[in-house]
Design a protein around this ligand. Structure first.
Ligand SMILES: Nc1ncnc2c1ncn2[C@@H]1O[C@H](COP(=O)(O)OP(=O)(O)OP(=O)(O)O)[C@@H](O)[C@H]1O
Ligand SMILES: [Mg+2]
Length: 327
């Protein structure tokens, strides 16, 4: 049976290239890797693959979501603490980074990392040493950091929320996971793969997608990417009894968005955009547009401005207004 946990399915040129890059990066001495991709594009999967293909595979792969742990706890989770370092620290505690010695640490949603922890991480990357909370002496450690983000980090850098030096440090080896809608027929390859997985899991014999369904899959924008596709198929396995996946099995929102015309390419983050307050929503939209243009232009204001049909001055003004730059 196929390994449904760690296989990067797809034959699109971008995915073939990515598989080669994963092998290369895994075998390289790189101490940091940055994975960039929209939600559900497979960042967690790729991080695990990098670990598994590396000489570190026999050691720990520690998976930390920087957004899930409050900043106040994250420091001692990551770096550990000495006895008596703070109230309640009754014993020395080993941090996750130390536990991953000779292995890999996956820092998911890296842009949520608190500035003081960004500083501590950068110093660890520079010296391969760190101090447990409350420690006098540094501890040596050999880990590879794999960081992931689903938003352009450059916007946080311009806003002063993400350290520029850490950004460039992470940017040295960066992998881009393409959105599912940019992978051509891979959406059908992946659908077949997940149908195989759920046939085995649910003891079913679904043969595949009806041609009309395949057509819809190719035109839909998949804002939730591979995860959305997988969840949709699993839902159909649970709710439907036919042996062929029909358009009538699909949720109304998918059918609606298809009928609304050729696959709209929603700007990243549109799905999560606030409803209600008009000004807030509009500003959120403008922020995403600017951040994308700036990222595509590698931070070059003039190039980004041209792309947006604005003057450099007008772009700068907008960036200040939207909090993407400091005066
Ligand atoms: N190319 C692929 N082949 C097979 N399975 C995939 C592929 N891409 C993603 N998956 C599966 O889709 C699901 C979502 O992927 P994953 O959790 O890695 O995405 P993510 O980019 O980390 O998402 P998020 O930003 O929401 O954390 C997982 O179950 C993963 O195994
Ligand atoms: Mg993830």
């Amino acid at each position: 049976m196929a390994d449904y946990k760690s296989e990067l399915v797809g034959t699109h040129a971008s995915i073939v290239g990515l598989r080669r890059l994963i092998e290369k990066v895994a075998k390289s001495p790189a101490r940091t890797v940055l994975i960039y991709g929209e939600t559900g594009t497979g960042k967690g999967l790729v991080a695990r693959m990098i670990h598994q293909a590396s000489a570190r595979a026999a050691r720990e792969f520690v998976d930390i979501n920087c957004a899930a742990i409050p900043a106040s706890l994250l420091e001692s989770e990551l770096f550990g603490h000495e006895r008596g370092a703070f109230t309640g620290a009754v014993e020395r505690k080993l941090g996750l980074i130390e536990a991953a010695n000779l292995g890999s640490v996956f820092l998911d949603e890296i842009r949520e990392l608190d500035p003081p922890l960004q500083t501590k991480l950068l110093s660890l990357l520079d010296t391969q040493q760190f101090r447990r909370v409350g420690a006098v002496k540094p501890t040596k450690v050999d880990v590879r950091f794999i960081a992931a983000t689903n938003k352009v980090l450059l916007a946080e850098v311009s806003a002063g929320k993400f350290r520029e030096d850490l950004y460039y440090r992470l940017q040295v080896v960066a992998l881009n996971l393409p959105a599912l809608r940019d992978r051509g027929e891979d959406v059908l390859t992946l659908a077949r793969y997940f149908i195989g997985k759920y046939n085995a899991m649910y003891k079913r014999a679904i043969t595949g997608l009806a041609p009309e369904t395949a057509d819809i899959f190719l035109r839909y924008a998949w804002p939730g990417n591979v995860r959305e596709l997988e969840n949709l198929l699993e839902r159909i396995f649970i709710l439907e009894e036919d042996d062929l996946i029909l358009p009538s099995h699909l949720p109304a929102r998918i059918l609606r968005s298809i009928n609304a015309g050729p696959a709209p390419q929603p700007p990243e983050g549109l799905a999560a955009m606030p409803e209600g307050d008009f000004r807030e929503a509009t500003e959120a939209f403008q922020r995403v547009m600017l951040a994308r243009a700036l990222d595509a232009a590698d931070g070059n204001l003039q190039t980004a401005a041209t792309r947006l049909g604005l003057s450099r001055h007008a772009l700068r003004h907008q960036m200040l207004k939207l909090g993407l730059a400091k005066a």
